[in-house]
Design a protein around this ligand. Structure first.
Ligand code: CAA
Length: 261
């Protein structure tokens, strides 16, 4: 396993790669070197033949308290613009094909909230603390929060949160459709997240990656184009061995032995 300064990686269950943000003194503030390490770890798991699902988490106290304010404070417009500051955060949504589950406990603020929103499934503790407090710093969300949060919870609530910097709880995240499940404790969150990751990793990798792709397309395409795109990908799955294996196993009342091809 590679050695990192700001994250830890492990393979806690068969087919599951875990990335743990680990910059405790700064509540996992997302400095550029941390994001670089995160991207390296994501690419490594995405390319690994033994990994089918990825779990991204932080600590019980903080998933991530945002972009690193101390790193950003002196940045000029021309530096931010010419280096495309924050753009590298998008790798998670643009290039990683395997599903990523965010397990959020404690603070998920600013860029931390945005990072969680980029993941494919979001689980959290009931007391998790989400928010886009950038307005309090004289700035605005910069890693997709104004777009993804608004799509997830609607304009009325998102506008209020972004303009006031007020936070919302894990329970509210679940009630509003941001989180797929909430858990009473950190231990239950990690156990539940690993169980889901292991379930996903037990299916055909081809089908899992296609399923992630078509659901995510719904966020970019209108309904007509989205349904057409889904049908094309559905057709292409008939070219996989695992579609034959899965359907024949059902008919023969056997367990499918996936080839992931
Ligand atoms: N950047 C850099 N350092 C941070 C940080 C951040 N986002 N969040 C916390 N830290 C540091 C603190 O400076 C402190 O360091 P020192 O011990 O060296 O002083 C350490 O982490 C612990 O933090 P606190 O003492 O503040 O802990 P707390 O429990 O009292 O408060 C908190 C926790 C409410 C999360 C508070 O730290 C806080 O408000 N953090 C900032 C949250 C925020 O504004 N995030 C948005 C950032 S902007 C952004 O993300 C832009 C974007 O869209 C990409």
């Amino acid at each position: 396993m590679a050695s990192y300064k700001y994250i830890e990686t492990s393979e806690p269950r068969p087919g599951v790669g875990q990335i743990t943000l680990s910059r405790p003194k700064a509540l996992n503030a997302l400095c550029t070197p941390l994001i670089d390490e995160l991207n390296t770890a994501l690419r490594t798991f995405d390319a690994s033949p033994t990994i089918s699902a990825i779990l991204l988490t932080g600590s019980e106290r903080a998933f991530a308290a945002g972009a690193d304010i101390k790193e950003m404070a002196p940045l000029t417009f021309s530096e931010a613009y010419t280096t495309s500051f924050i753009e590298s955060w998008s790798l998670l949504t643009t290039q990683i094909k395997k599903p990523i589950i965010a397990a959020v406990s404690g603070h998920a603020l600013g860029g931390g909230c945005e990072l969680a929103l980029m993941c494919d499934i979001l689980y959290c503790t009931e007391k998790a603390n989400f928010g886009q407090p950038e307005i309090k710093l004289g700035t605005i969300p910069g890693a997709g929060g104004s777009q993804r949060l608004t799509r997830a919870i609607g304009k009325a609530r998102a506008m209020e949160l972004v303009l006031t910097g007020k936070t919302f709880s894990g329970k509210e995240a679940f009630d509003w459709g941001v989180a797929a499940r909430t858990f009473a404790s950190w231990d239950e969150l990690i156990e539940g997240s690993l169980a889901t990751a292991e379930t996903i990793a037990g299916y055909s990798k081809v089908a899992v990656m296609a399923a992630k792709e078509v659901v995510n397309k719904s966020q970019d395409l209108g309904i007509r184009d989205g349904v057409e795109f889904e049908r094309r990908v559905f057709h292409s799955i008939f070219g996989s061995q695992d579609q034959k294996i899965g359907m024949e196993a059902f008919a023969e009342k056997k367990k499918a032995e996936w080839t992931h091809s």
